[in-house]
Design a protein around this ligand. Sequence first.
Ligand code: GLA
Length: 756
Amino acid sequence: MSASNKSLVFVSEDLVFNLSNENVSYIFRVSPEGILEHIHFGGAIAPTHGLAAGPRREFRCTVLEFQGIKNYSLDDTPQEYPLFGTSDTRQPALHVVNSDGNSTNTFLYKSHEVVLDKPLLNGLPSARGNTLGNKGGDQKSNDSETLLLTLVDQTSELEVTLRYTIYADHDVIARSATIRNCGSKEVLLHNALSSSLDLPQSEYELVHLRGSWSREFEQERMDVPHGRFVIDSTRGTSSNAHNPFLAVLSRGADERKGDVYGTALMYSGNFAISVEKNEFESVRVSAGINPFNFQWRLQPEEEFVTPESLQVFSSEGLSGMSHVWHGFVNGMISPPQFDGVPRPTYLNSWEAAYFDVSHDVVLGLADKAKSLGVEMLVLDDGWFAGRDDDTSSLGDWFSDPKKFPNGVEETARLVKQKGLKFGLWFEPEMVNKESQLYRDHPDWLIHVPNRTLSTGRYQHTLDLSRTEVVDYLYARLDSFLSSGLIDYVKWDMNRVMTEVGSAGLPAERQLEVPHRYMLGLYSLVERITTKHPSVLFENCASGGNRFDLGMLRYMSQGWVSDMCDPIGRLSIINGASLLFPLSTLASYIGPVPNHQNGRQTSVKMRTEVGFFASARGLSLNEEDLNASEDEIKDAIKLYKASAQDMVDGDFSRIKYQDNEVCWQLISKDGRRVYVGYYHILSAPNLPYRRAKLVGLDSSAQYKLEHGNQVFGGDALMTLGIDLPYVDAMQHQDDTDYTNHLEKGDFTSRLIVLERT
Ligand code: GLA
């Protein structure tokens, strides 16, 4: 084998492709027949080394032989981009109805090319190829290399180009495909996935993130069953029901050990990720746009680009996988101008005033924010023309003249004069029928003519597959942001799609609407965030209803959930952290009893759970703020002092069981370690418990911030740190005994260690 002189992608003379960095390899080959056969994704294998195992061709009496080739069946051959109709009966990556009405295709190798860096996807979010910012793939660097591999189907004259990017410093393979119609007749795409990965026969489990409003990101784990297990969305958003992420694990893998294969899509619309185990125990992980209710007409010379799929391998369990995702999201996906930039603390008007905002209310909140040490005032819903409750006005993005006689901009100017930053809420993609926009353009919403439309929160989705709608929204947002007075935008989206149809497309293209909507949305957010790069955008969708890597490409942070009760939030952050770094998470200290679940918790507990996020603040009314003024001032002080560490520190899940949760964050310079310990229901006389910390310097010493004790890094990692506990005999005023938790349910302790 003669390796090419590229440093990350190696191609042998007999067309074995080895994409390797120091930790992982992704290997496949072109079979003598021209089929792309998958060989390996996992620990690194040097390109010059012989491969101990590859696809096998042995006699089985039961299988079909591909094109009559002896002992060669695609049904038990691991492949890269499998097709339907020629002996593979599993989930295909591509399903096309050809111009003659049949759907049998065989794509064979045509050519390949290796390029430095990573070409960006046209019209879709994609990860960067280098750390220097988004240079449109022109940047020449060794951070990544991309293999472009073209396959062709002789009969239909369709071509597919598969893209594989490997990174020097991230154990991630980025994949996508372009399907090109090189023939003279239209073809129909029924399914065009982004990636397909065949894993070697083994015992596997899988983990994914399921949920609902205010219960987002719950981890679900199960054995990989025979048949197909699918998580998907048909709602027009990636949705809170299933995040577009799934990991397959070697059986028994835990937070620290075991092989983990993670897949996440950079897509915010209808998606599907499936895991299929067939009778030969081959396991196929497929990811892409949901094939259900999808069809795309591809005219001659047109091409269709799939969203990007990201694949991670770690042999160090779930935490190992999460660390890879966290580094990659920060370095290669989130807007580079906010990478490592601490986020301001804020006071949000929502739970403080709901729709009863006005110039005076906002200035009053701004004074209060200032006196508490808060850095930004966010004006949430209720500020635009006629918006007194949630039944009207979405779409009319003009200041309400009653509430803001001189415009929101004037209020913003005065807030900024007080030395605060100013943020504003929009829900651009929505319209109420009770609005001027709807009266002017009744056909601008997603709808099916002659059918009664379902409502969600009294609102409807605007048809972003139409460029005139995108242009209108761009102009309205731009007019506010161009004032230069807005530092932060909370971009909300509070309903999913039903009765999906567009007045802008002919009947035969109606099934293209959901994906065309996403292309419109991405073009809108791309334009507006590019025009206003210094504005910090937060992606919100009733909480985590569209919290995905696609939106994170444009918006540095997301409102992970409306659930601000700290107990409700524990599982949400624990689950979200599988994929998302703290830099992307926003939180606030909300009111009690909590408005979603009625639970009563202390300011301390709310502060210490909300601590593990980058954008942290308050959503409390003046009365609540006054009642806990000192504690809130301390919370803001703590948040400000740790702001840098939240955007570039290293987060780990330590414990999530037995009524206890423990998380850890190490600052980038390794000098500070934050350990959050949360005890849910109180019980007396529990066993003494410890938490073993991870990732410390074993030769260093760490001192408790409040106290004199000093521990070795090795001791903290192998022996662990004592966790506080509830003593039945403890007196309420027994404050000296710092290792006791106060009595009662819902208690917490934030332990800060400093490296000496
Ligand atoms: C959604 C958001 C909330 C708030 C309201 C305003 O529910 O998740 O934080 O902004 O909308 O209507």
